[in-house]
Design a protein around this ligand. Structure first.
Ligand SMILES: *Cc1c(COP(=O)(O)O)cnc(C)c1O
Length: 519
């Protein structure tokens, strides 16, 4: 399997190249040269596989054996999705039933209690694997290749990346975060990791300042090359790829649970996905294109609803015309975005589908269309797609949003439900939106909904307490807080403070650490 950029189309790269590069040099995102077909008997052959074996089967469809052998993929997968060493549930992503028609796919049983662990635990192991292989091929006295992972975070990504890369040979990681602007638990998760190769940098500035600094350092060619900078942000192809697995896992868990009640028909399922940068739901789209049976994918956004507005109008605009505002702070901060970075990948498929089948350079034509759209978003803050493209988008997705009040109401509703369930505010966006799809979109019965639970409620204690603080008998410490979190805030920490959001100052700070540690 080869990969190409959504803005290029000519050049093909290996899996290793696209994983290590992250973003393509032309600004595009890498996608596979084709969407692989499922083996003929997949539905029988895969139905009883463990999460790990299912992951091996799916990853093998996207990675050529000549690049990473099946045996090596198996090793990578088993050391990543290890129970109980890395994940706290033997099913890795267990499906929980709230009713006959509503299920929750819990994606938060990894080290940092958020779904990003599922991807970043594997990405860390992949980076280590590629480096080890490159270094083994070197002559005895040649200097070992190494990587410096650099990123900015407002919370979830940073902690999941740190837990994915801690203690990896020849890799160091620097995570910038804005002082006083990440939640207490998230800051504690990041700064209590004592591994030598982990460097937290607390910057007096905003998240955008941190992100700008990271961009500046990446674009400094000399600095970038000297430190072999690498990124692990949500556009990395490996992150999308491994997320495809849990859609299949959910399907089989559902099918097997229906079978145990004597139901032999296949599940008629709609996935509903709390969405920000479109990584999670895009993985669902790949599963759908691979022919995993499902209804239209449900996109659930918070008040930052650029995607919902797109599905309503065909206009992809950073500024919400009804409010004139860019990013809004909500109860679900991991979905507070102005543009949705992985959406470009879907745009490529839409451009391709709606281009002329007779065009001998159809792939490149689609890339040109995407480049034009993204250029307009960059220059004018928006773009509009032709009607046929919007229609194609509506073939595979529906989208709705939830505001803060609806998020809080959903937390209360499911807490008071039977069985009781306490969702985190991101999952609550999904639950609210699933409810409204069930009322309006799924007119043909029967349909089962699976809402993806993207974080554990303890990570967002303020929102959960705000919603449930006055509910009868609710006790956060007893009902929500995991044991691991209890002594978190008191643990030893290590962090580098930087007093100004200044790229040059950061460069000096990183140089100094690199020199001390001999990077
Ligand atoms: C990152 C994140 C999301 C959004 O996922 P995307 O792949 O960016 O759409 C939703 N919920 C939580 C808790 C997250 O950390």
């Amino acid at each position: 399997m080869k990969y190409f950029s959504t803005r290029g189309g000519d050049e093909e790269l290996s899996f290793e190249e696209v994983v290590l590069a992250g973003l393509a040099p032309d600004g595009g995102l890498y996608i596979p040269a084709e969407i692989p077909k499922l083996p003929e008997n997949w539905e029988n052959d895969w139905s009883k596989l463990s999460y790990q074996d299912l992951a091996v089967a799916i990853l093998s469809l996207f990675i050529s054996p000549s690049e990473i052998s099946r045996e090596e993929i198996t090793q990578l997968v088993y050391s990543t999705y290890a129970y109980p060493q890395k994940f706290r549930d033997p099913l890795i992503t267990p499906l929980v039933s709230l009713s006959e028609k509503l299920y929750i796919l819990e994606l938060f049983h990894g080290p940092t209690y958020a779904f990003k662990d599922l991807a970043l635990q594997l990405v860390g192991n992949l980076f280590e694997f590629f480096l080890r292989r490159r270094n083994m091929r070197k002559a005895p006295r040649e200097r070992a290749e190494r990587l410096t992972v650099l990123g900015a975070t407002s919370g979830d990504t940073g902690s999941a990346a740190i837990y994915g890369l801690r203690n990896k040979a020849n890799i160091s990681i620097f995570i910038l975060f804005p002082r006083g602007r990440v939640s207490e638990i998230q800051e504690a998760q990041m700064t209590t990791v004592m591994d030598e190769n982990v460097h937290n940098v607390r910057v007096a500035g905003t998240f955008d300042d941190c992100q700008d600094i990271v961009k500046t350092l990446f674009s400094d060619k000399e600095f970038n090359e000297r430190h072999s900078l690498a990124a692990v942000n949500s556009i990395n192809w490996a992150r999308i790829l491994v997320q495809i697995v849990y859609y299949f896992s959910a399907y089989f868990q559902l099918k097997n649970s229906l079978a145990s009640t004597g139901t032999t028909i296949n599940p008629d399922v709609q996935f509903v996905v709390p969405t920000g940068n479109f990584g999670d739901v895009l993985a669902g789209y790949y599963a759908k294109r691979m022919m995993l049976p499902m209804r239209k994918l449900g996109i659930a956004t918070n008040a930052n609803d650029i995607l919902t507005r797109f599905w309503e109008t065909g206009r992809y605009a950073k500024i919400d015309p009804s409010t004139g505002l860019g990013v809004k702070e909500t109860l679900s901060p991991a979905m507070d975005i102005t543009v949705s970075s992985n959406f470009e990948r879907l745009l490529w498929y839409l451009a391709y589908q709606t281009s002329s089948p007779g065009d001998p350079t159809r792939r490149v034509t689609a890339c040109k269309t995407v480049s034009r759209w993204m250029e307009a978003v960059k220059k004018e803050g928006q773009m509009v797609v032709p009607d046929e493209v919007l229609q194609a988008a509506r073939e595979d997705f529906v989208a709705k949003k939830a505001d803060d009040e609806q998020i809080a109401n959903a937390i209360v509703k499911y807490y008071k439900g039977s069985p009781t369930y306490i969702p985190d505010p991101h999952t609550a966006v999904g639950l609210h939106v699933a409810d409204s799809f069930a009322r309006t979109e799924n007119s043909v019965e029967p349909v089962v909904q699976v809402v993806l639970a993207t974080a554990h409620p303890a990570k967002f204690s303020a929102a959960v307490n705000q919603a449930l603080g006055t509910a009868d008998g609710f006790d956060f410490d007893r009902d929500v807080l995991p044991d691991d979190f209890r002594d978190f805030l008191a643990r030893e920490r290590r962090v580098i403070d930087v007093d100004r959001p200044d790229a040059e100052l950061l460069q000096i700070t990183i140089e100094k650490v690199a020199q001390e540690k001999g990077y």
